[in-house]
Design a protein around this ligand. Structure first.
Ligand SMILES: [Zn+2]
Length: 434
């Protein structure tokens, strides 16, 4: 293990700095929103670097860019890594970008040391992960995974009225590369954590086992509009007071089931919204997340029971409706274990984790063996100019990626198939609903 080459941190940081200069903001962050002029410049720079590193560069119809370093056996399926170069309007310089440029650094390092892998290695920049201008995000990876039809994607309208397809052509990244020409044996995405857990546990590497399932609910409470001065407290059907009690008791009940649950009330509506009227109608949203479908089902029943019981006490009618469901994703167990042992042998303190955020890897998990690696984010800050990761952590993450990618690229088909046969549960995770 120690004889393997290591990445060049100075070069990786200089590459990240150069990319951060395209769409640079005054406080060190970056605004390189998908399919804008800045995105085109960032893409052009990435393509130039990849060609300089000897890669063949290809673009598909969704604008995804694939830079391929040939392996010694051209008939073998490739190992894919990467992430996204687009940012939020006030984004940082690492979210997504680190994963793409660390992939490039892996290729440069293999070149430096004359290492030839059996399989080809490809680095990808997925189009419009963030969805900041063209919503929803994950457009490129969804298209690649067959979750999004090209004609539908091309009709996505940006917040400024432009269309995805027109913008892709305008910046010169509507390509013809076919997914069939690149049937990856595995996809590994390196990313900053975007949360505080690694930092709090003083670990360098997180091996991501999966992505939390998400469920959205809308809760409606119907009481009666009444005069705020003339209606005695005992005679009210106050929808807001019911809402406050229900939301609070739901949070308590959920935390008692598992402190790892994420429960958020992010939107509240109170009507008629007048200071001197007891509100007759209130509603609120719930965003609920956890890794276990069984536990999410159980919590769903508890939420309904709490709303019903408190509604009766408060004299209001309650209705709870599920408006969205995204099942949890499990990443490939064999790659997860490979990353765990690589981090261990590299002396990196690591931990297993589930991701609370969606990533391109969620889409890729539908079509190939997939895993993710996280490095710490200072204070958990992301989608913000203050996003920062210590250089040592950037280096450790890129070295773990290097070893993971080369290990996968040198495994024979037989070795991979044996692993796959032992791992039927995670090899084909469920697809996402939108
Ligand atoms: Zn990202």
């Amino acid at each position: 293990m120690n004889s393997l080459p290591k990445i060049n941190l100075d070069r990786l940081q200089a590459t990240i700095d150069t990319m951060a200069g395209i769409g640079a903001k005054e406080n060190g962050g970056c605004c390189r929103i998908s399919l804008t002029d800045e995105d085109k410049l960032g893409r052009d720079q990435f393509v130039t670097w990849c060609r300089e590193a000897g890669c063949g560069v290809h673009v598909d119809a969704f604008g995804n860019i694939f830079a391929i370093r040939a392996g010694s056996r051209p008939d073998n399926a490739v190992v894919l890594t990467g992430s996204h170069l687009d940012t939020q309007p006030n984004g940082g310089r690492l979210d997504g970008i680190y994963g793409v440029l660390a992939g490039l650094e892996v290729i440069r390092t293999l070149n430096d040391h004359g290492v030839r892998t059996e399989r080809a290695i490809a680095v990808v920049n997925w189009t419009n992960e963030e969805g900041a201008r063209l919503s929803p995000g994950l457009t490129g990876s969804s298209g690649y995974a067959g979750d999004l039809d090209l004609s539908l994607a091309r009709r996505i309208v940006a917040s400024d009225g432009a269309r995805f397809g027109d913008e892709l052509e305008r910046i010169g990244y509507a390509g013809t590369f076919s997914r069939r020409a690149l049937d990856p044996i595995a996809y590994v995405e390196l990313h900053i954590e975007q949360g505080p857990v690694l930092e709090q546990h003083e670990r360098t590497i997180s091996v991501v086992e999966g992505v939390q399932g998400v469920r959205w609910y809308e809760v409606e409470l119907r009481g009666s509009d009444r005069h705020a001065g003339t209606t005695p407290m005992a005679d009210r059907q106050d929808s807001f007071m019911a809402l406050a009690r229900i939301a609070q008791s739901m949070r308590q009940a959920v935390l008692a089931i598992d402190p790892d649950v994420r429960f958020t009330v992010g939107r509240v509506s109170v009507q008629p919204g007048s200071p001197n009227t007891v509100p007759g109608f209130s509603s609120f949203s719930i965003d609920l997340r956890h890794q276990s479908t069984g536990l999410l089902n159980r919590i769903e029943n508890v939420l309904a029971a709490k709303a019903h019981a408190i509604g009766i006490e408060e004299g209001v009618e309650t209705a709870i409706c599920r408006t969205m469901i995204v099942p949890p994703i499990e990443f490939d167990k064999s790659i997860v274990e490979t990353v765990v042992s690589i981090a261990q042998s590299a002396g990196c303190p690591s931990m297993r984790m589930n991701s609370g955020a969606m990533h391109d890897a969620c889409r890729l998990s539908k079509v190939t063996r997939t895993a993710m690696i996280f490095v710490p984010s200072r204070l958990g800050i992301s989608h913000h100019e203050d996003e920062w990761t210590a250089p040592d952590d950037l280096e450790a993450g890129a070295n773990v990626l290097l070893r993971t990618i080369t290990s996968l690229a040198d495994q024979t088909e037989r070795q991979l198939n044996v692993v796959a046969a032992e791992d039927v549960i995670s090899a084909h995770p469920r697809s996402l609903e939108r």
